[in-house]
Write a protein that binds this ligand. Structure first.
Ligand code: FES
Ligand code: FES
Length: 154
């Protein structure tokens, strides 16, 4: 077992983990942060996307020990109490989801995108989110949601 210390959604967490433990399972099973989903386990779908030191990463491709000393933000860390984060609000208003399974990953990837590029074009949005798969929406409303979030400012 290896000791790790990291900050998750602003809270310092210390844990003993097996070196082979994936970050996504550490978040879900040890910290109970089940908003981060596992869709494929093979780095294809993006359902497990979180922010690692501000950058979006697929947490099924990161070992928990690699996150030692880092700051992690999951979907649970975005809202301010009852007030949704602007990206969450935009996905809600633009109907950028159906079953919602992929949504936390899309939201986290969008937060990262808009931090790097606050006014992306539609092509830039589609390119930035190409690592996130949705089996329900057909993507159009997701793109509309990202555009709305950009207009709202994050
Ligand atoms: Fe990580 Fe699909 S579960 S990319
Ligand atoms: Fe169902 Fe995206 S809303 S997979």
């Amino acid at each position: 077992m290896t000791s790790i210390t990291l900050e998750v959604n602003g809270e310092r967490r210390e844990a003993e983990v097996e070196p082979r433990r994936l970050l996504v399972y550490f978040l879900r099973e040890e910290l109970g942060l089940t908003g981060t989903n596992v869709g494929c386990d093979t780095s294809s779908c993006g359902a497990c996307t979180v922010l690692l030191d501000g950058e979006s990463v697929k947490s099924c491709t990161v070992l928990a020990v690699q996150a030692d000393g880092s700051e992690i933000t999951t979907i649970e860390g975005l809202a301010d109490g009852e007030r949704l984060h602007p990206v969450q609000q935009a996905f809600h208003e633009q109907h950028g989801l159906q079953c919602g399974f992929c949504t936390p990953g899309f939201v986290m990837a969008t937060v990262s995108l808009l931090e790097e590029n606050p006014s992306p074009t539609e092509a830039e949005i589609r390119y930035a989110l190409e690592g996130n798969l949705c089996r329900c929406t057909g993507y159009h409303n997701i793109v509309r949601a990202v555009e709305a979030a950009a207009r709202a400012g994050t």
